[in-house]
Design a binder for this molecule. Structure first.
Ligand code: NAP
Length: 297
């Protein structure tokens, strides 16, 4: 029987400690952390994610603001808003919910965010710091996963980790975090992607697998070894007429066949998703503390 890694429980415990830190700031007469999210258009998934982030902010005592634009907004208008927020010392963190409409260059917008306010950790400066193992803001989802592994006491040192997916927001930074020196690092990491032949050979030799490819049920029981730890990042909406919404979230792992062989596994939903928000909140507090330090130095 595998341990079911409960991201909601870990996230709740992190949020509790963040609440206490906010109370300490406020008791010192300081403003709580303030996170701003820019949301463009009416995409259902994006609205849900931004809504959940806003709610989580309020729960821990952060200020949370959502700035909404129609999908006709121009790139220049967005860049202007990002620039304005960069210079607003009442705001500590800024996220621009992706995807953006096709006429907007996502990379240009992401790179316009001041690195110290980039609490998603997508900016080249933060990615560069991550790669060098220097202090910086870590990408929220991979960072959240390391917090989850730490909470469950799952060691990574000396382990063989296979990360499936090499995107800039999940797979690539995950592989770097786990191979960097440190408490939730020191692993030997193999990164697999769509050009990897014989992918199941790698997963069969993995102590820990992080599946982040966006293909529902991709990782099956025959692809894993007994006792492995499985982290499922995938969140694909699949049609399900039995659900009120008409769809359900599906992970990249075939839970039914993998769980009996795993020693620990994350479910979808309720695994990595809540940890992404926890990572984002921790990053926002870190940005707030850095701003306090910069203003008192
Ligand atoms: P992405 O940008 O589409 O990247 C997918 C990666 O998977 C690519 O590197 C791709 O390889 C690889 N891949 C695709 N098909 C493959 C196959 N058959 N075999 C091996 N590798 C394959 O996706 P992403 O943004 O990283 O997101 C991945 C999943 O995580 C999605 O379901 C997304 O919704 C989810 N997600 C969840 C959270 C959360 O909080 N729970 C956060 C972020 C993302 P190539 O590079 O060769 O194309």
């Amino acid at each position: 029987m595998a341990t079911i890694i409960d991201g909601r429980v870990v996230s709740a415990s992190i949020r509790e400690s963040l609440s206490r830190e906010v109370q300490t700031l406020v008791s010192q007469g300081l403003r709580p952390p303030h996170l701003v999210a820019i949301l463009v258009g009416n995409d259902g998934g994006s609205q849900t994610y931004v809504g959940a982030k806003e709610k989580a902010c309020h729960e821990v005592g952060f200020l949370g603001t959502v700035i909404r634009y129609p999908d006709t907004v121009t790139e220049e208008e967005l860049l202007e808003k990002v620039n304005e927020i960069n210079h607003n010392d009442q705001i500590d963190g800024l996220i621009v919910q992706l995807p953006l409409p096709k006429h907007i260059n996502e990379n240009r917008v992401t790179l316009a965010i001041a690195p110290e306010k980039d609490v998603d950790g997508f900016h080249d400066v933060n990615m560069g710091r991550l790669t060098k193992g220097a202090d910086g803001i870590k990408p929220a989802t991979p960072y959240g996963i390391t917090l989850m592994l730490k909470h469950y006491g799952i060691p990574t040192e000396g382990k063989h980790v296979v990360v499936i997916g090499r995107s800039n927001i999940v797979g690539r930074p995950m592989s770097i975090l786990l191979s960097n020196p440190g408490e939730t690092g020191n692993a030997t990491v193999t990164v697999c992607h769509s050009r990897t032949p014989n992918l199941s050979w790698f997963t069969q030799h993995a102590d820990i697998i992080v599946a982040a490819l966006g293909k529902p049920g991709f990782l099956t029981g025959d692809m894993v070894k007994e006792g492995c730890v499985v982290i499922d990042v995938g969140t694909t909406r699949v049609d399900d007429p039995t659900k009120k919404a008409g769809w359900r979230l599906c992970g990249d792992v075939d839970f039914a066949s993998v769980e009996p062989k795993a020693s620990a596994i994350t479910p979808v939903p309720g695994g990595v998703g809540p940890m992404t928000i926890a990572g984002l909140l921790v990053n926002t507090l870190k940005a707030r503390k850095a701003s306090i330090e910069a203003h008192t130095a």
